[in-house]
Design a protein around this ligand. Structure first.
Ligand code: 5GP
Length: 296
């Protein structure tokens, strides 16, 4: 079959896109070389930046100071990874093996699950924890529409029902659940990459997802964030201007059921003051390593 004919405009656009992708890969390599990005962080970015996903593993490894081409090839041979493999073609086990080889002394990070009723303030705590300490906070995928202030890839990966289901089928979620009419899930790959390179990970998820993590992972530490009182929780839910009255009522009923789940958790922390909650979470996962800088 003949290749499709491109118009001059389409050809120009394709060329421009290819140039930008090359620039981005060159920038990533120079950051890896200077130590500003670790291989684990490049794997994280590859999960949502196609231009990085297309980067050759060999090129990535050899840009790491102290490795070079010969050691990179030897490492890939040992792990039975073909020299032409791109990041997007690596399986989770190969990624884990690569990161382990780059940093054999790495201590696996702690997996902290922060859950609790909707409206209790989990996302405020997660944001503050990210600002204050070296936790890697997972970005979830969801089928709900973005709120006015939310950004793709920052607050959530916003997916269609079909896209979400395709990822479920490919077993790409560590856990997933339905909440107030939408689906939410934790992308597995970023979490595993972060843990294996020694970073503590925080999942901010609802109760059903927390139960799934408990069932599949012995290492997870489950924390239930509780409101100072039921009235306080109601007030917080009522104050959410962005939801319709039906959705608020739905959230309230769910919250009632969710409060009863506190007994299933390893720790219960009362969200009376964000700073205090953040301190308590940091104490639960003390073996932190710097997020920036080389991970080997
Ligand atoms: P919201 O729509 O208000 O951002 O989130 C609704 C609920 O979904 C919150 O309780 C939040 O913690 C939870 N949630 C967010 N991401 C995930 C996820 O990846 N998995 C699960 N199970 N719940 C999530």
């Amino acid at each position: 079959m003949l290749p499709p004919q491109l118009t001059p405009e389409e050809r120009a656009r394709a060329l421009e896109a290819a140039t930008q992708a090359r620039r981005l890969r060159a920038d990533v390599k120079s950051k890896v070389k200077s130590g500003a990005l670790s291989v684990g962080q490049v794997f994280d970015r590859a999960s949502h930046e196609p231009a990085i996903a297309k980067m050759r593993v060999l090129e990535l490894l050899e840009s790491q100071t102290g490795i070079g081409k010969i050691r990179a090839i030897a490492l890939m041979d040992r792990l039975k990874i073909s020299h032409s493999r791109r990041i997007q073609g690596l399986g989770v086990h190969q990624r884990v093996a690569l990161l382990r080889s780059l940093d054999p002394a790495a201590v696996r990070g702690k997996l902290l699950v922060l859950s609790g009723p909707g409206g209790v303030g989990k996302s405020t705590v997660a944001t503050r924890l990210k600002e204050k300490s070296n936790f890697w906070v997972s970005i979830s995928a969801t089928t709900r529409s973005p709120r006015a202030t939310e950004k793709e890839g920052v607050d959530y990966y916003f997916l269609s029902e079909e896209e979400f289901e395709a990822r479920v089928q490919k077993d790409e979620f560590l856990e997933y659940a339905q909440f107030a009419g939408a689906r939410y899930g934790t992308p597995r790959e970023g979490v595993e990459n972060a843990l294996v390179s020694g970073k503590n990970v925080l999942l901010e998820i609802e109760i059903e997802g927390a139960r799934q993590v408990r069932a599949h992972s012995k290492e997870a530490i489950l924390v239930f964030l509780s409101p100072p009182s039921w009235d306080e929780l109601v007030a917080r839910l009522e104050a959410r201007g962005s939801d319709s009255p039906e959705r608020r009522a739905q959230r309230l009923e769910l919250a009632r059921q969710e409060m009863a789940a506190a007994v299933e958790f390893d720790h219960v922390i009362v969200n009376d003051e964000v700073e205090r909650v953040v301190e308590a979470l940091v104490v639960l996962a003390p073996n932190q390593r710097a997020l920036s800088g080389p991970s080997y």
